[in-house]
Design a protein around this ligand. Structure first.
Ligand code: HEC
Length: 210
């Protein structure tokens, strides 16, 4: 009995140390990997070691979750503008069936660099958390229809903190994206259709397949 409680006490004393050790090792490995890939990490003067770890983790998450595939100009045309990474897209996205809707509603992925006028510079952390995890934007009539926030709903507070730390650390780019267009309105800008369209073969007049 005494031996048992001794081991229990030992475990309680050492487990936080072991956990802290393993998360430090994880960070080291991550840092090494990023350096190996030659990815230039954003760095600002006066950043603490802790902030730097959050920024690195945020960069990893933003790349993994494909934020740039919508939020960078040119990607939707197949020619990303690397000077304007994450600075918003002037090609919009319509979430509609092109064979059914002639003039769909179109949204333009926002500039998510920290520019004060055209980007997220003036958004609070709380507002950014709401936008990323719940699709709610200040002044927005409804939840973002195109941004895949339901996929991001499972992000932990720590993940969100990392993503926001990274977005605030990248270069601010002045780039105003067009305002969203309502369904039925004339479209002054280019856009792509997103979605999966079901084809009911029994409805086809002629079966195109042999
Ligand atoms: C499928 C395309 C798509 C992807 C992927 C995507 N977004 Fe978005 N996002 C949008 C669109 C479109 C809007 C603007 C919608 C509108 O204005 O109605 C938006 C809006 C936002 C906003 C709100 C900006 C503001 O004005 O406050 C933030 C923040 C944001 N996205 C962050 C992210 C982050 C971070 C990721 C990756 C984790 C991401 N988005 C991935 C399409 C996307």
């Amino acid at each position: 009995m005494q031996v048992k409680s001794f081991f229990l006490a030992l475990l309680l004393v050492f487990s936080p140390v072991v956990l802290a050790e393993s998360s430090n090792t994880l960070r080291e490995v991550k840092r090494e990997k990023l350096t190996m890939l030659g990815v230039p990490l954003p760095q600002r003067e006066g950043e603490t070691e802790e902030q730097q770890v959050y920024i690195e983790q945020g960069k990893y998450l933003v790349e993994l979750l494909g934020c740039a595939s919508c939020h960078t100009d040119g990607v939707l045309r197949g020619a990303p503008d690397m000077e304007r990474q994450l600075a918003g897209s002037s090609v919009g996205i319509a979430l509609a069936n092109p064979t059914e809707v002639a003039r769909p509603a179109v949204a333009f992925p926002s500039n998510i660099t920290p520019d004060n006028e055209t980007g997220i510079g003036r958004r609070t952390d709380e507002q950014l958390h709401l936008a990323i995890r719940h699709g709610i934007v200040p002044g927005g009539a409804s939840q973002l229809p195109i941004m895949p926030w339901p996929v991001y709903a499972g992000l932990t507070d720590d993940d969100l903190r990392s993503i926001v730390a990274y977005l605030r650390a990248i270069k601010p780019v002045r780039h105003k994206v067009p305002a969203a267009v309502k369904r039925g309105q004339k479209h002054p800008f280019d856009y792509v259709y997103f979605g999966i369209y079901y084809s009911d073969r029994s409805m086809l007049e002629e079966d195109p397949l042999p």
